[in-house]
Design a protein around this ligand. Structure first.
Ligand SMILES: [Zn+2]
Length: 351
């Protein structure tokens, strides 16, 4: 707003010179040491309060890099603009962060992100998880309304990135043990997937084995906002769920996508998109599966809501000013979304 007022007073020649200056120096202007904190202070709430005691916090000088510091009037706890944001402790400037977020939206591999941004593979790994974690706030805010299509998707357990000590102990005779379970057993991770008529999407890990009413209550049940009906296959879990939530169930025979009037083709379309998209990552570990599902949901919804060039700037502010921040060391301690002891119960019993 202020820029527009400023430009009103300038003559056209100066404005063109100004434009050329900006274009020639864009990279320098966006890569100053405090470029990220400038953006954060633009979007952050003016009246910040102390997380420890709830008192008002006041400006308290700047760091060497020009980042604004704050202090609590009561308990004297100090904060900076970047506290609890994704760029906390990061030395990378705006230009690089913006580029990495672009790369992630395009689904680039870790190696390619590292090469393009001149960062190490480990930094690239950490940033990817930090960004995926930050998307949670956005994804958690999504509700489903009016007409909903719902289905489940089952994933195999993938223990990539799990330390041997934390693995369930396999029996040496593993190959000789036949699983007593067939089809959708407690070896499969159940993901509830639902979409409404406005393309709001939910993909949530709910547990092991076939979907139950309790699993629906804990996932979809928490996301309903003025919902009217659900198209789903005739699984009994949905009958009870719909009764409890005063929803009309349009049941479609199992194995079909449609019964002529009602269908679940939209959510099945999402499933095939998701499958294609996940292939790029050559096996996602179960520990990080929910992050990848959130990532998919984020891109899916942003593409429905915004033009491509707007997605980039929207995403940058969504992610960078977010308070859903995970420390680098905690990335390695993200909890398993399922209980491995249940998944591998028969192997435990055998050894
Ligand atoms: Zn305080």
């Amino acid at each position: 707003m202020k820029i527009e007022e400023l430009l009103k007073d300038l003559d056209p020649i100066t404005i063109i010179e100004f434009k050329n200056y900006i274009i020639n120096h864009l990279s320098e202007l966006c890569s100053t040491k405090n470029s990220n904190s400038k953006i954060i202070s633009k979007f952050k709430n003016e009246n910040m309060i102390c997380k420890e005691c709830g008192s008002k916090i006041y400006k308290n000088g700047r760091t060497q890099n020009g980042i604004q510091k704050y202090i609590c009037s009561c308990c004297k706890k100090t904060y900076s603009e970047t506290t609890n944001t994704i760029i906390c402790h990061s030395k990378l400037p705006f230009e690089v962060w913006k580029n990495i977020i672009d790369n992630l939206l395009n689904g680039f591999s870790l190696r390619r992100i590292a090469e393009e941004n001149n960062i190490s593979l480990l930094t690239s790994f950490r940033i990817r998880h930090k960004v995926l974690y930050a998307l949670k706030t956005f994804v958690n805010s999504i509700n489903l309304s009016v007409e909903i299509q719902s289905d489940e998707k089952y994933f195999s357990i993938n223990l990539k990135e799990t330390k041997p000590i934390n693995m369930p102990r396999y029996s040496k005779k593993r190959s000789s043990i036949k699983s007593p379970y067939r089809g959708i057993s407690h070896h499969k991770i159940c993901v509830v997937s639902s979409i409404d008529e406005f393309d709001n999407l939910l993909l949530e890990i709910v547990g092991l084995g076939r979907c139950t009413t309790d699993m629906l209550n804990d996932s979809l049940g928490q996301k309903l906002n003025n919902a009217k009906s659900i198209n789903a296959d005739s699984a009994s879990a949905y009958q009870e769920f719909c009764q409890n939530n005063q929803l009309i169930l349009n049941a479609i025979s199992s194995g079909f996508h449609s019964d002529g009037i009602y269908n679940i083709s939209k959510i099945n379309g999402v499933h095939s998109q998701l499958e294609t998209w996940l292939k790029k990552f050559r096996g996602v570990s179960t520990r990080h599966l929910q992050e990848y599902l959130d990532w998919f949901v984020y891109i899916f919804i942003m593409k429905k809501r915004f033009m491509l060039n707007k997605i980039k700037t929207e995403s940058y502010t969504n992610i960078i000013i977010d308070n859903n921040y995970i420390k680098a060391k905690d990335i390695f301690h993200i909890k398993m979304p399922i209980d491995l002891n249940i998944a591998y119960a028969e192997y435990f019993n055998q050894s």
